[in-house]
Design a protein around this ligand. Structure first.
Ligand code: SAM
Length: 273
């Protein structure tokens, strides 16, 4: 849809794009084509799309022959999508809040799926964090995100953006910004810059038990950024275990969480049990 077609469509449907729902629709056909070409969905492959909106990305995913599952919260757009892709065998729509969906039930507990989407920015980190709770998180995630969020997720140790989610994401995925995206390719244009980001699952990504231990540790360690990590960990772990782990990993007693690398966090989670 061009900008004019989209404005006409929204008028006909009586839809006033919601800021809260991050309804910034893509109107650049070349960018949409490139986005899908880059992610390269394959015939028969399970693909999850969050927030199909008007269906511009959805249509391209369906045309690739992939088996597309889309989750849309807005009932007016969900009705439109249902109507547009009625009788399309390789498509299903779930009208739900993507933050609450049970993805293991939806995609299958061991499903090897990928996610390709233009995410609603306000909840993008919640959705990605939900993926990390799965027994088998998506093998790859190709998403449009707020650039600031992308920077946070790929922040280096010591950076002010380095946080508990950064640690969990980087333990699981290699994060790469494939392209920065100008606000003008959306209608209405968002007030922030965007990026097309690829998350590629690491060959040595932790299993669910290690991932869960890492999540709990990272959350506790970053719960008060300015505080020495050890003082925070004391509330959960015995002193002797902390002594041993700190010594084995060469972590100074007064270290704060932001100075601990992802691999140190992983080892620490293992050693503390
Ligand atoms: N895919 C379309 C495109 O690229 O033009 C729309 C993308 S728009 C950035 C985000 C979409 O996510 C909107 O359709 C919005 O209604 C939907 N959405 C917002 N919050 C949601 C949520 N919590 N769960 C599912 N969909 C949501």
């Amino acid at each position: 849809m061009t900008r004019t077609e989209l404005i006409k469509f929204l008028g006909e449907q009586g839809i006033n794009p919601s800021r809260k729902l991050g309804q910034n629709f893509l109107i650049d056909a070349n960018l949409l084509d490139w986005t899908v070409r880059t992610a390269a969905p394959q015939p028969g492959e399970p693909i999850l799309e969050i927030g199909p909106g008007t269906g511009v990305l959805t249509r391209r995913l369906i045309e690739s022959g992939a088996h597309v599952t889309a989750v849309e919260l807005d009932h007016r757009l969900a009705d439109w999508i249902r109507h547009s892709f009625f009788h399309t065998p390789n498509f299903r729509l779930v009208q739900a809040d993507a933050c609450d969906v049970d993805y293991a039930a939806l995609m299958g507990p061991d499903a090897d799926f990928r996610c390709i989407a233009n995410l609603p920015y306000a909840v993008s980190s919640v959705i990605i964090a939900r993926f990390l709770e799965l027994p088998r998180p998506p093998r790859e995630i190709y998403v449009l995100l707020q650039l600031e969020m992308a920077d946070r997720l790929r922040a280096a140790v010591g950076a002010k953006d380095y946080n508990a989610l950064t640690v969990q994401i980087q333990a699981e995925y290699e994060v790469q910004v494939l392209r920065k995206i100008n606000p003008n390719v959306f209608f209405p244009p968002p007030e922030v810059e965007s990026a097309y980001v690829r998350f590629r699952r690491r060959a040595d990504a932790p299993d669910i038990a290690r991932r869960t231990a890492l999540r709990e540790l990272a959350r506790l360690a970053f719960s008060q950024r300015r505080k020495q990590m050890r003082k925070l960990l004391r509330s959960r772990f015995p002193e002797e275990k902390l002594d041993d782990a700190y010594a084995a990993l060469n972590i100074p007693a007064d270290a704060r969480a932001e100075t601990i690398t992802v691999s140190q966090f992983l080892r620490l989670a293992e050693m503390l049990g």
